[in-house]
Design a protein around this ligand. Structure first.
Ligand SMILES: [Ca+2]
Ligand SMILES: [Ca+2]
Length: 201
C-alpha cells in the first residue's frame, strides 16, 4: 500500500510541474500593453507602446471613437490582427511617422475583424483602430463617416515592438545653464565696472 501511495504522489508532482512549465511559457510569449484612459486620435496624442509589446488591449467606447498607438519596429514583417480579439466591427490602419496611410483593412477572412500584414523598414509607425467604417487618424476623414459599433478589443502582433532608439546626444541642460550663467555673470561684471567708472567720474 505504501508503494502505491508513493507512486500516486510522484504522478501528482509530475503533473503539477508540467502545468507550471506551460504557464511560464504562456506568460513569456505575450506581453500586453493596456490602453491608459482613452488613447488619442492624433499623432501627438497617440499612446506610445514601449519595446517588447505584442498585444494591445483597449476600448472603442463610442461609435466615433478611435485609438492611435505609436511604436518602433525593427525591420521585417508586421502583422496586427483583431481576429479572435474583438466582437465589434473593427477597422485597422497603419501610418508612417508622418501620418501617411501605409495599410488599411476592415474585414478579414470573412469576419468583421481586421488584419494588417506589411513588410516594414526600421522606424516609427502608428497603428490605429476604429469602428468600421470610421477611420482612426483625426484629420484624415476621421468622423466624416460614423462608425457602426463599439467595444473592447485585443490586437495581436506577430512579434514584439522594438524600443525607440535613444535620442542623439545633446548638451546636458546643466551645462547649458552653466554657459548661460557664465554669460550673465560676465555681463553683470562689465555693467558693474561701468557703473563704478561712472561713479568715479
Ligand atoms: Ca479608446
Ligand atoms: Ca471590420
Amino acid at each position: 500500500m505504501a508503494t502505491v501511495n508513493v507512486l500516486t504522489n510522484l504522478s501528482l508532482i509530475t503533473v503539477g510541474a508540467a502545468v507550471i512549465a506551460l504557464g511560464a511559457a504562456g506568460t513569456a510569449q505575450a506581453k500586453t500593453y493596456t490602453e491608459v484612459g482613452d488613447a488619442g486620435k492624433t499623432l501627438k496624442t497617440a499612446q506610445n507602446l514601449p519595446g517588447g509589446i505584442n498585444v494591445i488591449k483597449g476600448t472603442i467606447s463610442s461609435k466615433n471613437g478611435a485609438d492611435l498607438f505609436s511604436f518602433f519596429w525593427d525591420s521585417g514583417r508586421f502583422k496586427a490582427t483583431t481576429v479572435d480579439g474583438a466582437s465589434f466591427d473593427t477597422l485597422l490602419e497603419l501610418f508612417d511617422s508622418k501620418g501617411t496611410v501605409i495599410a488599411l483593412e476592415d474585414d478579414s477572412k470573412g469576419t468583421a475583424q481586421s488584419t494588417i500584414n506589411e513588410f516594414l523598414d526600421t522606424g516609427e509607425y502608428f497603428l490605429g483602430i476604429s469602428s468600421s467604417p470610421n477611420l482612426a487618424l483625426f484629420g484624415i476623414n476621421y468622423g466624416t463617416i460614423p462608425g457602426s459599433s463599439s467595444g473592447d478589443y485585443s490586437i495581436s502582433l506577430n512579434k514584439k515592438t522594438a524600443s525607440f532608439p535613444k535620442p542623439t546626444s545633446v548638451p546636458e541642460p546643466a551645462s547649458i545653464i552653466g554657459i548661460l550663467g557664465l554669460g550673465a555673470f560676465g555681463l553683470t561684471s562689465v555693467r558693474n565696472r561701468k557703473q563704478q567708472a561712472a561713479v568715479k567720474a
